[in-house]
Design a protein around this ligand. Structure first.
Ligand SMILES: Cc1cc2nc3c(=O)[nH]c(=O)nc-3n(C[C@H](O)[C@H](O)[C@H](O)COP(=O)(O)OP(=O)(O)OC[C@H]3O[C@@H](n4cnc5c(N)ncnc54)[C@H](O)[C@@H]3O)c2cc1C
Length: 399
């Protein structure tokens, strides 16, 4: 089966703004550019980076991304006036698919490109857009996301980090946790309580805070995989300018939810190209080692393949669909599928998979890191709660 949007089920393509011929031309342009540019010093970066592997060739991947930027291949879906290409939904999917198919390295700037940038385009002032969008496009400034706290993860409205005004600045106190890439970020978008005594969703503000200052301390957290790509971030009198609040002060919840809505948009179809490659490699491994002779393993591999086809059909059918439940179903399905692939990889590896020498092999890393898939971006339980309440109309959870 084709794994492109111009393949079967691509009714989505016509519904999302590009006719098949133009889509084919766009695909050819992306493919050619990547083939001609993932060469020389960049050739060695193929397949590097990504969740659980952010430490791999970080500086080199940053250089690659600036190379992409110089040719106009970052932020492809942003409007032209904000430095993007104004690519249609179909073209964006094509870009992500071809990027994944070329095995191009994982992006180091995705939090700025996929989360903060679209948020500023939707909610930011013209001054904020002028100041912050160009360095995201050129990959000169990296961002991190300061939402979660020790007492506020799934229950994000429990945020207790505070910010108060001191003259023409905000002053922050509090702790964030699980802050991905904070150790390399120049800026953090922070959800903080700016109205003392306010409760839950009210009285929060969405602040843009520079990371390189005395009041910010970043402490790496060592993960199950042995690497550190997320961190604790402590604000102890950290400062940012009064005008660096996105949306109205006290109404940060709306902006914060807007950001979450951008998480994993069209990139999902590109992600599935990577999933397909992993499943293919695991199937080959099972064949080579004889693990596939075990009917239980063969059955699980077939089930995994089926799951991927269903996931793909769902993604194509719902491209651009913002109806309640669509994003939650997608997150639930891909995260659970990927976690199960990690478990299947351990089954295929057998007893040898339980032994790690100096470094983890790709299957051990997949097994361990895919445990996180069903947690970040909203855990499976939270996705089901949202579906129960907003789609099925079941009673709201008691707090
Ligand atoms: C790899 C990774 C990267 C991350 N990066 C970032 C980042 O850059 N910035 C950031 O702000 N955060 C980040 N996070 C944090 C992530 O958003 C939280 O881990 C997630 O929201 C869950 O919150 P928690 O860890 O506090 O767990 P809790 O909210 O304490 O949940 C613990 C368990 O209880 C379940 N649970 C909680 N509430 C309910 C409920 N109401 N009903 C049923 N079950 C429930 C959860 O599903 C989970 O299984 C990252 C997490 C991971 C794993």
């Amino acid at each position: 089966m084709s794994d492109t949007v111009s393949g079967p089920g691509a009714g989505a393509a016509s519904a999302t703004g590009t006719d098949p011929e133009a889509a084919g031309e766009f695909r050819e342009r992306v493919r050619t550019w990547l083939a001609e540019n993932l060469t020389g010093e960049f050739a060695a970066l193929r397949g590097l980076g990504g969740p659980g592997r952010e430490h791999e060739a970080f500086d080199e991947r940053l250089a690659w991304e600036r190379h992409l930027a110089a040719a106009g291949w970052t932020c492809v879906g942003w409007p032209v006036e904000h430095g993007g290409r104004g690519a249609s939904l179909t073209e964006q999917v094509i870009f992500h698919e071809e990027y994944a198919r070329a095995d191009a390295p994982a992006k180091v700037s995705h939090l700025g490109q996929e989360l903060l940038g679209p948020t500023l385009i939707a909610f930011g002032t013209p001054e904020q857009q002028r100041r912050f969008l160009p360095p995201i496009v050129s990959v000169d400034e990296l961002w991190c996301q300061g939402y979660s706290e020790p007492g506020a993860g799934s229950d994000l409205a429990a945020v207790s980090t505070t910010a108060h005004r001191d003259g023409d600045e905000w002053v922050l106190h509090g702790q964030k946790v699980w802050t991905s890439l904070a150790h390399v970020a120049d800026w953090c978008f922070v959800l903080a309580r700016t109205e003392p005594g306010s409760h839950r969703h009210r009285g929060l503000s969405y602040l843009l805070v520079p990371m390189d200052q005395d009041g910010v301390e970043v402490r790496p957290i060592r993960q199950l995989t042995g690497t550190s790509e997320f961190n604790e971030v402590f604000f102890d009198g950290a400062r940012t300018r009064a005008d660096l609040v996105v949306g109205e002060p006290g109404e940060g919840w709306k902006v914060a939810m807007g950001t979450l809505g951008f998480e994993r948009g069209v990139a999902t179809l590109g992600q599935q190209v990577g999933f397909r490659r992993e499943l293919r490699a695991l199937t080959d491994l099972a064949r080579r080692t004889g693990a596939a002779d075990d009917p239980a393993v063969a059955e699980r591999l077939a089930r995994s393949w089926t799951g991927l086809e269903v996931m793909r059909a769902h993604a194509l059918r719902t491209l651009g669909d913002t109806a309640p439940g669509v994003a939650e179903v997608s997150k639930l399905v891909w995260a659970t599928w990927h976690r199960e692939l990690g478990e299947l990889a351990m089954l295929v590896r057998g007893a040898a998979g339980m032994v790690a020498t100096d470094d983890l092999d790709e299957w051990q890393r997949l097994f361990l890191f895919s445990r996180a898939d069903t947690i970040y971006g909203g855990s499976n339980e939270i996705q089901r709660n949202i579906i129960a309440e907003r789609v099925l109309g079941l009673p709201r959870e008691k707090r």
